[in-house]
Design a protein around this ligand. Sequence first.
Ligand code: NAD
Length: 495
Amino acid sequence: MTTVASETATFDSLNPATGEVLSTHPIHDAAHVNAVVDRARIEASWWESLGFDGRKERLIRWQKYVVQHMDELVELMHLENGKPAGDAALEITLAIDHLHWAATHAGKVLKRRSVAPGLMMANNAATVGYRPFGVVGVIGPWNYPVYTPMGSIGYALAAGNAVVFKPSEHTPGIGEWLARSFLEAIGRPVLQVVTGFGETGGALCAAGVGKVAFTGSPATARRVMAACAETLTPVLIEAGGKDALIVDEDADLDAAADAAIWGAAANAGQTCAGVERVYVHERVYDDFLRELTDKAKDLAAEPGGQLGPITMPAQIDIIRRHIDDALARGARAVVGGPESVGERYVQPTVLVDVPDDAAAITEETFGPTVTVTKVRDMDEAVAKANATAYGLGSTVFGKARAVQVAERLRAGMTAINGVLTFAGVPSLPFGGIGESGFGRIHGPDGLKEFTYSHAITRQRFKPALAMTTFRRTTKDEERAGKLVSALYGRSSKKG
Ligand code: NAD
């Protein structure tokens, strides 16, 4: 709900389980966003001046603060996002692990290092360093309101940037909590928050920040890119997914079914890299489906249950449409069905015999639903898994061919005989291709994402062959030609 007070318009943050108002937040306009970015520029110079060690010490102080106040944040996440407290605690734990990794590895990954100058420039010393952009704008979603934005915030801070964070309008209180905790732990607002809807995010794109890290839907990603194009602001896009889990004939079916239902239904299915499609070898299809059905029937979405409510009310209609459309086109629901979709909660639903062009196979559902499809062999499994515009995560269960199958998947990440495990490894990059976006958070790639490389050459002695001068003679050019022929032009011996 939006209300306009005397000066600043505000909006309410609601509890998705009950609809009650939890808190009220300002809708920040472009003038406010610009002022926050101006302040962030001042903070950025102080933060950069601390160097890797100074930042590491402070980020670890913040990390400890968050751990010590974890109960408070768990409660807030449960109320504002709806997820069960246990899931909220797991999410914070993962985010902390990543923050710690970023803080302790930034120096190693980003500090200036020597590289070989090559024979043509052998008289130079060559180095490359990775410098912060200054201010990074982070625009976040609501489904993992701590872990997801922290994948950008933590790594951008560790790389030496100040951050202005625009949390989702569904989880503004969690965003404010993060910025407040940073201020309390460190004493300076190197991380600041602006709240509001799309216009506030748009203002952040237009504010002249050094880079925008966006996590959200592909449709909004296009608007963010268009806005950033005006100022040539680089963007990192972490968008949606339609991830597949493949089960080979030699897989541990109990483990595969357990992973499939957790990957599909944890966080009420609102996971960018959650399992939405399963492809199973025909030889084990019936056994797998039985295991999956048994496990899915044990789950319930309800207050205090293992599945919380759907955070964003508009998503309920999308989930209903995907189930209805699949059933209308000949699919069967072996668990749940249209009656699974309630006003706030959606019960787990397993669909089989879904046509390849149904919305439940082609579009992100973002609910606790999963399709299961029988395949002849692993070639067909790979072809079907890859037949999507998205390319975020993926999963393979099997033994003999599991690695081979994984290497053929068109996706940014693959877990073998586990699900979403890549998201918990801080030294691995996280991100996708196609409609899932581009650029990477986490790991060394994720640190470099928030920097620009700066190359330096330093002449150590005068070159035997000076090429970058008007004193260069025709003789010099002939000698250079001979050198390049000797180095790179000799015909290779046939053997
Ligand atoms: P969304 O695209 O609706 O919104 C994301 C953010 O963008 C919000 O903060 C929103 O206010 C802001 N925004 C909206 N319009 C804008 C504009 N014109 N300019 C700038 N900012 C604008 O997405 P959502 O519903 O919050 O999140 C769900 C989506 O996020 C799903 O598609 C999910 O798969 C994806 N997601 C991806 C990852 C990943 O790492 N790849 C992680 C979590 C979620």
